[in-house]
Design a protein around this ligand. Structure first.
Ligand SMILES: O=c1ccn([C@H]2C[C@H](O)[C@@H](CO)O2)c(=O)[nH]1
Ligand SMILES: [Zn+2]
Length: 132
C-alpha cells in the first residue's frame, strides 16, 4: 500500500498539534515517508533561547535517521499559511543530505499543497558527493 501525498499531509496536520511554540505561536507539522513505507512525524520545538528552535522537518528527519532510516521518498510540511508552507534553508540543506529527489509536499490548513523536489528547492546544493 502506498501512502499518498494527501495521506502524508493529513499525518503532518496531526503532528502539528504537538508543536511547542510559546514564542512564535507558529505551529508546523511534518511527515516523512521512507522508501520502505514507514512514516516519521515531527513538529517544531522552540526554546527560551530563541535560536535553538528546531523545525518540524528536521525533527522528523532526525527521528528517522536516529532509528536507522536514511532512504526517503517524500516529506509533507503544513502550517497556517495563506499559500504553501515552504521549508527554511536549514531544512532544505538537511533534506538534501539524503537526496535531491525527495518530494516535498508543502501544504496549508485547507488541505491545499504543491510539490517540488529538494533539488529544485535548493539548486546546486552542497552535499555528500562534494566530500568524495
Ligand atoms: O518550514 C518551516 C518554517 C518554520 N518553522 C518553525 C520554526 C519556528 O519554530 C517557527 C517560526 O519560524 O516555525 C518550521 O518548523 N518549518
Ligand atoms: Zn526549517
Amino acid at each position: 500500500m502506498t501512502i499518498t501525498a494527501e495521506k502524508l499531509i493529513e499525518m503532518a496536520l496531526i503532528a502539528r498539534d504537538n508543536a511547542y511554540t510559546p514564542y512564535s505561536k507558529f505551529k508546523v507539522g511534518a511527515a516523512l515517508l521512507t522508501k520502505d513505507g514507514k512514516v516519521f512525524s515531527g513538529c517544531n520545538v522552540e526554546n527560551a533561547s530563541y535560536g535553538l528552535a528546531c523545525c518540524a522537518e528536521r525533527t522528523a528527519i532526525f527521528k528517522a535517521v536516529s532509528e536507522g532510516h536514511r532512504d526517503f521518498d517524500a516529506i509533507a510540511v503544513v502550517a497556517d499559511v495563506p499559500e504553501y508552507c515552504s521549508p527554511c534553508g536549514a531544512c532544505r540543506q538537511v533534506l538534501a543530505e539524503f537526496g535531491g529527489k525527495i518530494q516535498v509536499h508543502m501544504g496549508n490548513l485547507k488541505g491545499q499543497y504543491r510539490t517540488s523536489k529538494v533539488e529544485d528547492l535548493l539548486p546546486g546544493f552542497f552535499g555528500p558527493k562534494d566530500l568524495e
